[in-house]
Design a protein around this ligand. Structure first.
Ligand SMILES: Nc1ncnc2c1ncn2[C@@H]1O[C@H](COP(=O)(O)OP(=O)(O)OP(=O)(O)O)[C@@H](O)[C@H]1O
Length: 352
């Protein structure tokens, strides 16, 4: 599969709209969605329940058709493809699912062989291909087991191997780790990363967990009520989130929360009289915040309370979040100082 000559994108959503006719009227699931997914990238779409993630994903393999705009896979219009042309696109787009969707009556081997049998691959070529895939996902010891005898992580490995059977160039992941515990999630994400790197596979995944994007996605988009409200490189979005929805997803993943005694007293408007301003300070790269906070005190005479803090990594690039409080009367001056020195600030509220 070559990439689109016009765009270079492996997947391109062009002003895509999708509405459903229901008994209670028309439901607009997606509106004016434009997004390019670069070849070889891992792009994550995050959104709340009902935001339109599944509808968007299902358009890439033609399970849904857009009512407006177009979806191009390697430059080919999926929404308008029919018959053999649609089947050809689908062979190049693999998919994995939250609940694995394995056939209970087939072994690991049998599940992985199925798409090859359907595609009419000669039996003599199926066995070596399936054995290769089983080795790639590390299930050699489980090849003859049935799904009921597998752990969740092993089932998802079968799902991944099955999705790779027809040598797709694009892998769609529909909440593939949502049913797994955190440790198993990490091993499955690591496998997806290896596949992306080794095979140059483009991965488009949907999730409601920011941590999944942080751990695996090079690019991300935030979808809210059928529209993309923010998109870009994952690192940039994490460090400089613009939209309130992105910020609210982020607050759950940065690993820092306000101490309960402050969170319970936080007011959005600055109260009259003496109060403290609670500020989130975000810094990218190896920015040293300690000297900056110390200088805030020594140069401006602003006393800083550190409430919480954490440093995280996206790829190998660190970024950090600190929650601090300063006297509210000095808040604006303190924030301006930190911003001048390359840190990002956000007022979370005030406490009396
Ligand atoms: N076949 C359908 N018929 C009618 N409405 C639908 C259909 N499919 C999706 N919708 C509606 O479109 C909107 C987006 O749904 P979608 O399943 O894409 O969201 P989602 O972000 O994947 O949500 P979730 O995380 O809960 O799966 C919702 O309002 C949903 O009710």
């Amino acid at each position: 599969m070559s990439t689109s000559p016009q765009t270079g994108a492996a997947i391109r959503f062009e002003k895509v709209g999708k509405s459903f006719e229901t008994a209670s009227g028309r439901v607009a699931a997606l509106q004016d969605v434009s997004l390019d997914v670069a070849p070889g990238s891992i792009c994550g779409i995050i959104g709340r329940s009902g935001a339109g993630k599944s509808t968007l994903l299902r358009m890439v393999n033609g399970l849904e058709r857009p009512t407006e705009g177009s979806v191009l896979v390697a430059g080919r219009d999926v929404g308008r493809a029919k018959g053999p042309a649609l089947r050809a696109i689908r062979r190049e787009v693999g998919m994995i699912f939250q609940h694995f969707n394995l056939l209970a009556s087939r072994t690991v081997y049998g599940n992985i062989a199925l798409p090859l049998e359907i595609a009419g691959v000669p039996a003599s070529r199926i066995r070596p291909r399936v054995m290769d895939l089983i080795a790639r996902v590390g299930l050699q010891a489980q090849a003859d087991r049935y799904p009921a005898a597998l752990s969740g992580g092993q089932k998802q490995r079968v799902g991944i191997a099955r999705a790779l059977a027809t040598e797709p160039k694009v892998l769609l992941s529909d909440e593939a780790t949502s049913a797994l515990d955190p440790e198993t999630t990490q091993t499955v994400l690591a496998l997806l990363r290896d596949i992306n790197r080794d095979l140059g596979l483009t991965i488009l995944l949907i999730t409601h967990e920011m941590a999944v994007l942080r751990d695996i996605a090079s690019h991300m988009a935030v979808i809210e009520a059928g529209r993309i409200v923010e998109a870009g490189e994952t690192y940039d979005v994490f460090v400089r989130p613009n939209h309130p929805t992105t910020r609210s997803f982020l607050s759950g993943v940065t690993g820092i929360t306000l101490p309960a005694f402050i969170a319970g007293k936080l007011e959005t408007a600055r109260p009259g009289g003496a109060s403290a301003e609670v500020i989130r300070v975000t810094f990218a790269g190896h920015h040293a915040t300690d000297p900056m906070l110390a200088r805030l005190t020594s140069e401006l005479g602003v006393a800083v309370n550190i409430l919480a803090g954490a440093i995280e990594e996206i790829g190998a690039r660190p970024f950090g979040n600190l929650l601090i409080s300063v006297e509210a009367a000095q808040g604006a001056e303190a924030r301006a100082y930190l911003e001048r020195h390359g840190l990002l600030t956000e007022v979370l509220g005030y406490v009396r």
